[in-house]
Design a protein around this ligand. Structure first.
Ligand SMILES: [Zn+2]
Length: 642
C-alpha cells in the first residue's frame, strides 16, 4: 500500500508550481449547506473546506448521511470544484460572494442540483442531524422484605462494642471539647438544636471560638491563615456559624437589625410566642426556618412576609434584613465548608495538610476527588451523599446512537448528558408498577428518582448536601462520613459485573455494612484531628450515644460494631478491604471466610433478621435526541426483568 504521507507529498509537489487562486483560501472554513433537488428534497448539512497547499480538501456531512465524508477538489479561476460521495456521487462547483457559496452539484447522470452555503463560526456547535442517545433500562435497589445479617457476626459485634460503651465514649469525647455532654431528653432533642446553633448558644460560642483560636494558631501557611481569618473572623470576632454570618450581613443592610427588633414580626404571624420571643435562640431558629421555607415554598413565604409587613412594619424591616443575611449566610457556609475540606490548614508533621489529604491517605486504592459541596435547608443537622455515576457504569448505561451523539459526548462529557437525562419526563400514571415473574417493581424515571430520593439518582457528579445551619466545626465529622459513602459506592458500583448489555442492574448495598464502613472509616480519618481539636470529634460519638439510648440496633450503631469486629478478626489490610466490599453486596460472604469463621466459632447463632420491605425500581430504556441542551423523547421500552 502506498503510504498516505507519500501520496500527499506527491500531490503537494504537483501543485507547488501553480499559484493558488485566492478563492480557495477564502473558501476555507466551515459552512452550513443546503442541497436542493434529489429524491428527499432539500438536505441540510455541514461543509468543511480546507486549503491544503493548493488542494481543496475537507468533509461534507448531510443530514441523511451517518458521518462526514471526505471531499477533494481545487479552485479554477473564481470557482471552486470538488467531488464527494455525499447524496450519491456528486461534483460540486460554486462561486463565492461575501460569506455565501452558491453553485450546482452534478450527479453522474440526471439534472444538476442547486446548492448554497453560508459561513459558520468554526467554534459553534452545529449538527445537521441531532445527536441521538439511548439510556439503557435500569433496575435498581433491593427487592426483598427482610435484611439478613449472619448471627455470629452480630453476636461478636455486640460483644466487641456493648451499647453502654457509646455513652462512655461520648462522655470522654465531650470532656475536653468545651461542651457538656447531654443526657436524657436534652440528648434526644437538644443535641440536634445545639448542632444547629440554637441551644445553649453561649456555651457553644465559647467552645467553637476556642477551637477556632487553636486552629488559627497552628495554620502553617500565611496565605491559608489569611483566608481562614477572612472567612471566620472578618470583623474581629469569630463567626461560629450561619446565624452569626446572617446577623453580620443583615446589619450591613439595616444597622439596627437584631433578634430583639425582629421578634415582634414573628410573634405577629404566630411563629413565636410572646414568651419565647425574648430568647435569641428561639428567634434565630424561627428566622432560619423562615429561610428554609423561602426555598421550599416561596409562595407561602411571600404571603407571610406580607402579613408581617402589615402587622408589624418596623420589626418586618429587621426580619427582611436578617433574611437577606441568612441567604448570604448559606453561601458563606458552602465556602467555609470547602475551605475546611480542601485548604491545607492542618499543622503538625507533615505540616500543611488538608482534610482532603487525610481522606485520600485513608483510601490509597481509590481516586478520591473532592465532591461538590452544596447547601440545602433540611431543618435539622443533616448531611447526605448524592451518588455520581462512576465512569464504568456510565459506559454501560449510555449509548451514543449516531455520529453526532459521539461528537456531542466528546464536547460536553458524561456529566452533561446525565444532566440532560434528568430533564426527560416519562409519563406514567404514578405510582405505576410492573408485575414480573413474582416480583413487583416500581416504574420510575431518572428525573422522578432524582427529585424524590434523599441520595439523588444517577447524579451528574458526586456531591454532599449539608444543612447550612449545621455548625461547620460540628458538621465536619458528618461530612467526612458522607464522603466515605461516596468513595465506597464509587468502587462498589464500578466493580459490579456488567454481563447483561440490554439493561443495567444496580443492586443496593447492605445498609448496615455501608453505614458501618462510613462510621468506622470517618472515625479513623478524624482521629488525629479530634486529638488536637476535641470539638471536631464530638459530633459522631454524640450521634451514637443518642442512637444507643433510643435505637440500639440502628444501622450506624450495629454496622459500626460489626466492622470493628471484622477488623479484629482480620488484621491484614488487603484481606479486610476485600471482605468489606464482599460484605456490602452480601454480608454472609464475609462471615463465610474461613479465618473469620474460626475467629467467630464460639458465637455461631441464627441470622439476625430485620424487616425492611423494599421494592426494586425499573427505569425504562429511553431513546432521545438532544437539541440546545434539551432532550426530546423518541421512544421508551420496557424489557422483561431477569
Ligand atoms: Zn451514613
Amino acid at each position: 500500500m502506498m503510504s498516505a504521507i507519500r501520496a500527499a507529498a506527491l500531490v503537494a509537489l504537483a501543485h507547488a508550481a501553480t499559484p493558488v487562486p485566492a478563492v480557495q483560501a477564502q473558501a476555507a472554513g466551515r459552512w452550513v449547506l443546503q442541497l436542493g433537488g434529489g429524491v428527499t428534497g432539500t438536505l441540510r448539512g455541514e461543509l468543511r473546506l480546507t486549503d491544503d497547499r493548493g488542494r481543496l480538501g475537507g468533509t461534507i456531512w448531510l443530514e441523511n448521511g451517518g458521518e462526514p465524508v471526505a471531499l477533494s477538489g481545487e479552485a479554477r479561476d473564481q470557482t471552486i470544484v470538488f467531488r464527494a460521495a455525499a447524496d450519491g456521487p456528486l461534483q460540486f462547483n460554486a462561486t463565492l460572494a461575501g460569506d455565501v457559496l452558491r453553485g450546482e452539484a452534478r450527479p453522474d447522470s440526471g439534472p444538476a442540483r442547486r446548492w448554497t452555503a453560508t459561513r459558520l463560526d468554526p467554534t459553534r456547535e452545529y449538527y445537521p442531524v441531532l445527536p441521538r442517545f439511548t439510556i439503557r433500562q435500569i433496575i435498581a435497589g433491593r427487592g426483598d422484605t427482610l435484611l439478613r445479617l449472619p448471627g455470629a457476626w452480630v453476636a461478636v459485634a455486640r460483644a466487641t462494642v456493648p451499647v453502654t460503651k457509646y455513652q462512655e465514649a461520648y462522655a470522654a469525647a465531650a470532656r475536653p471539647s468545651g461542651l457538656a455532654p447531654l443526657t436524657g431528653a436534652a440528648l434526644s432533642g437538644g443535641a440536634s438544636l445545639r448542632a444547629m446553633g440554637v441551644f445553649r448558644r453561649a456555651e457553644l460560642r465559647a467552645a467553637v471560638g476556642a477551637t477556632l483560636d487553636s486552629i488559627a494558631a497552628q495554620i502553617p501557611d500565611r496565605r491559608v491563615a489569611a483566608a481562614f481569618t477572612r472567612l471566620f473572623r472578618p470583623r474581629g470576632t469569630w463567626i461560629i456559624d450561619m446565624h452569626d454570618m446572617a446577623l453580620l450581613r443583615g446589619q450591613l443592610q439595616l444597622r439596627s437589625a437584631s433578634y430583639a427588633s425582629a421578634a415582634p414580626a414573628l410573634v405577629a404571624i404566630g411563629w413565636l410566642t410572646a414568651d419565647s420571643a425574648s430568647g435569641a435562640d428561639a428567634v434565630a431558629l424561627a428566622l432560619y426556618r423562615f429561610h428554609a421555607l423561602s426555598a421550599s415554598d416561596s409562595a407561602a413565604a411571600a404571603a407571610l412576609r406580607q402579613r408581617m409587613r402589615a402587622l408589624a412594619p418596623p420589626a418586618y424591616g429587621a426580619v427582611s434584613a436578617l433574611l437577606t443575611g441568612y441567604a448570604e449566610g448559606a453561601a458563606w457556609y458552602a465556602e467555609a465548608m470547602r475551605f475546611l475540606l480542601t485548604e491545607p490548614w492542618i499543622g503538625g508533621a507533615p505540616a500543611g495538610r488538608s482534610l482532603h489529604d487525610l481522606v485520600r491517605e485513608a483510601s490509597p486504592h481509590d481516586s478520591v476527588a473532592l465532591p461538590q459541596v452544596r447547601t440545602q435547608a433540611f431543618g435539622y443537622p443533616q448531611a447526605v451523599p448524592r451518588y455520581g455515576v462512576p465512569r464504568a457504569v456510565f459506559a454501560r448505561l449510555a449509548r451514543a446512537d449516531n455520529w453526532p451523539a459521539r461528537e456531542w459526548l466528546r464536547r460536553h462529557g458524561a456529566s452533561r448528558l446525565l444532566e440532560v437525562v434528568r430533564a426527560l419526563t416519562l409519563d406514567f400514571v404514578a405510582p405505576a408498577t410492573l408485575d414480573a415473574g413474582g416480583e413487583t417493581l416500581r416504574l420510575s424515571s431518572v428525573r422522578r428518582q432524582a427529585e424524590t430520593s434523599t441520595n439523588g439518582f444517577l447524579e451528574p457528579r458526586d456531591a454532599i448536601v449539608v444543612d447550612p445551619a449545621y455548625v461547620p466545626l460540628l458538621a465536619l465529622g458528618a461530612v467526612v462520613h458522607e464522603w466515605q459513602h461516596l468513595i465506597v459506592e464509587q468502587r462498589r458500583m464500578s466493580a459490579l459485573a456488567g454481563g447483561d448489555t440490554a439493561m443495567v442492574t444496580l443492586p443496593a448495598a447492605d445498609p448496615f455494612i455501608a453505614e458501618g464502613i462510613a462510621e468506622w472509616r470517618a472515625e479513623r480519618i478524624m482521629a488525629p484531628l479530634s486529638d488536637r481539636f476535641p470539638l471536631l470529634g464530638l459530633g459522631e460519638p454524640e450521634k451514637r450515644a443518642r442512637l444507643a439510648a433510643t435505637r440500639p440496633d440502628d444501622q450506624h450503631l450495629l454496622g459500626y460494631a460489626m466492622i470493628r469486629a471484622l477488623r479484629d478478626a482480620v488484621p491484614d489490610d488487603a484481606r479486610f478491604d476485600a471482605l468489606l466490599f464482599a460484605a456490602l453486596n452480601d454480608p454472609a460472604a464475609a462471615a463465610a471466610d474461613p479465618a473469620v469463621g474460626r475467629a467467630w466459632a464460639r458465637h455461631a447463632g441464627s441470622d439476625h433478621v430485620v424487616a425492611a420491605p423494599s421494592r426494586r425500581l425499573l427505569v425504562p430504556e429511553t431513546t432521545f435526541t438532544v437539541e440546545d441542551g434539551f432532550p426530546d423523547l423518541l421512544g421508551m421500552r420496557i424489557l422483561a426483568p431477569r
